[in-house]
Design a binder for this molecule. Structure first.
Ligand SMILES: Cc1ncc(C[n+]2csc(CCOP(=O)(O)OP(=O)(O)O)c2C)c(N)n1
Ligand SMILES: [Mg+2]
Length: 584
């Protein structure tokens, strides 16, 4: 007979999920959890990572989840700590990242229900989390901790992953109970996502295989779900067997290495032609959202003539933006493997479709255009200079995190990803401030990989206090800050809507030396004003073994109409047809 606190019980439940890090700014309301962590953390291989802002902690956890394809945990205190988590969680919800957020309240006798009596640090916490996350629950009793933790992980990981919230009042954590009166068991016993990867209906797989084999040109288009499912190898093998051009959403870049002769860069005209000209679309793990014109013609073939097979683990994603002919509900990797096995029973391998070389030809021309923009700046720099240099400097397994307005646009357009789960950005939510914390989370998840971040200067400043966290935790990430001294993308918006800039928008920042900020926080700083200085500065940054910031001076003019922005302008204005006509 042994009594343990609610704090220890919570810790044991997280340990059952093999939680490695708890990201949290500590607080008096959960001292019993911290007491247990101090005592058992070594044995359980669980550590506390203390951020300098709770929203940044959520971004750490998001990136950790992306790199590992598993859940990640953040914790925050009653009231303000919980409030700060919210913006990060709203981002995680948009990005589909399974972050388990645990917040405390003050003791139940002075907690949320008494907010009108002016309790200190109380608020309608449960209510405002409910709107922000996939699922939110409150633990009312010591005995219910294991059930509620299990459900939190179950909900976070089921179907399309997403953040969840679990509220645990301080008195529930403080209370003692009999250890043996509750059961703790591993995720394989309670959540489907840990037990089975989810295969699709074999009859439908057969039907899909027949449709694919009977089609001339198939565009295999993969997204977030394929990346999350670690489906790169399976999807590549499938594309190779039938000789299909492979395209991806921006977040699945690198699923098939860009160097692979059948891969098309998401921003290249080759990708858009593959979408438009194929007889059949094989869509894996993506909702076909706004950034690809919602899967509609003329960016994509007309559904009346172009067949669509959609694979998704989330049944509610089927047919979301485009009517489908065959729906395969299941895990991207498993279903891609099922499909390939079935196809092998029908046909021998096929040579790459002749259209692929044509599309790659357009892609090469487009890429040469990007290169000449970069070369045109000479010793001056644009974001493309940073991206091209980093693509050559860092090894192919390195993880790139991206943030900023036009800096992000430039980077995702110009970067040629070579590895899966190695390009991380808030592509769906466009959440400024996420990129640098993403680098920290990625480094925690993959300590042996090089992690670097290319970020706009404004975006970086949202969470640059986390340099101190990176220094303290000895996480040597390299941050290239693209300094146009402005909220560059807002200049684009002004040009688009007003045809002019408006200085009262405070679009220009006062000068800040981001390299010096990093030095002041104990990291390594480099000031880079010329293209030829970049590689030596990167080499010194890596050699320093510390978190490093390269203050990269870019030409402000180069950051107002970045390459590819015309695609976004056309999509948002409903003028995709005109764009395609121009490119024809
Ligand atoms: C948290 C947040 N606030 C505001 C915006 C709107 N916004 C989008 S891009 C942008 C400017 C970004 O500037 P910077 O990070 O310096 O990148 P640049 O465009 O200059 O390359 C703003 C304000 C946003 N996406 N996210
Ligand atoms: Mg900027």
């Amino acid at each position: 007979m042994a009594e343990i606190t609610g704090g220890e019980l919570l810790l044991k439940c997280l340990h059952a999920e093999n939680v490695r890090y708890v990201h949290a700014i500590t607080d008096g309301t959960y001292m019993m959890f911290l007491e247990a962590l101090e005592r058992l953390g070594g044995e359980y291989d669980m550590e506390l990572i203390v951020p300098r802002h709770e929203a940044a902690a959520v971004h750490f956890a998001e990136a950790y989840a992306r790199v590992t394809s598993g859940p990640a945990v953040v914790m925050a205190c009653a009231g303000p700590g919980a409030a700060n988590l919210l913006s990060g969680l709203i981002c995680a919800q948009a990005e589909g990242n399974p972050v388990i957020a645990i917040t405390t309240t003050r003791r139940s006798d002075i907690g949320d229900s008494y907010v009108h009596q002016a309790g200190m640090q109380v608020g309608n916490q449960h209510d405002y989390f409910k709107a922000a996350v996939k699922w939110s629950g409150k633990v009312d009793h010591w005995q219910r901790i294991p059930d509620m933790v299990r459900h939190a992980f179950r909900m976070a990981m089921a179907g399309r992953p997403g953040p969840v919230h679990l509220l645990v009042p301080q008195d529930v954590l403080d209370r003692y109970g009999e250890r043996d009166s509750v059961e703790i068991y591993p995720p394989e016993k309670y959540r489907a996502s840990a037990m089975t990867r989810g295969a699709a209906d074999p009859d439908l797989v057969r039907e899909a295989a027949e449709l694919l084999v009977g089609s001339d040109l198939v565009n295999l288009h993969a997204g977030n779900g394929a990346e999350r499912g670690g489906a790169g190898g399976a999807v590549t093998a499938l594309a190779e067997y039938l000789g299909m051009p492979l395209t991806t959403s921006s977040r699945a870049q690198g699923l098939m290495p860009s160097s692979h002769p059948m891969a098309l860069h998401m921003a290249s005209p080759g990708s858009r032609l593959a979408h438009a000209e194929s007889d059949t679309l094989l869509v894996i793990g993506t909702r076909l959202g706004e950034l690809v014109g919602f899967g509609k013609a003329p960016i994509w073939g007309d559904p009346a003539t172009t067949k669509t097979i959609q694979i998704d683990i989330e049944a509610t994603n089927i047919g979301l933006n485009r009517p489908v002919d065959i729906a395969l509900v299941g895990d991207a990797k498993v279903v891609a493997e099922q499909l390939l096995a079935e196809i092998k029973t029908l046909v021998d391998p096929r040579a790459p479709h002749s259209k692929i070389a044509e599309y790659r030809g357009y892609q090469d021309q487009w890429r040469a255009g990007l290169d000449s923009i970069v070369a045109g700046y000479g010793e001056a720099m644009c974001v493309g200079t940073l991206v091209k240099t980093c693509d050559e400097f860092f090894d192919e397994q390195s993880i790139l995190t991206v943030d900023g307005g036009n800096t992000q646009w430039w980077t995702l357009n110009a970067h040629f990803a070579q590895a899966e789960r190695a390009t991380i950005s808030s592509g769906q939510f466009g959440h400024l401030g996420s990129g640098f914390p993403y680098a920290i989370g990625a480094k925690l998840a993959a300590p042996d990989k090089t992690v670097y971040c290319i970020t706009g200067d404004s975006a970086f400043a949202f969470n640059l206090q986390e340099l101190e966290t990176a220094v303290r935790e000895k996480l040597p990430v390299v941050v290239l800050v693209s300094v146009d001294g402005a909220w560059g993308m807002e200049k684009t918006a002004q040009a688009r809507t007003w045809g002019r800039e408006a200085p009262w928008f405070c679009i220009e920042h006062s000068p800040v030396r981001y390299d010096k900020v990093c030095e002041a926080m104990g990291g390594h700083g480099e000031y880079v004003a010329k293209a030829s200085e970049l590689v030596p500065a990167l080499a010194r940054a890596v050699a320093s073994g510390k978190p490093a910031v390269l203050h990269c001076v870019i030409e402000p003019e180069s950051n107002i109409q970045p390459p590819g922005i015309e695609v976004w302008n056309a999509l948002r204005a409903g003028k995709a047809a005109e764009l395609l006509a121009q490119q024809a």
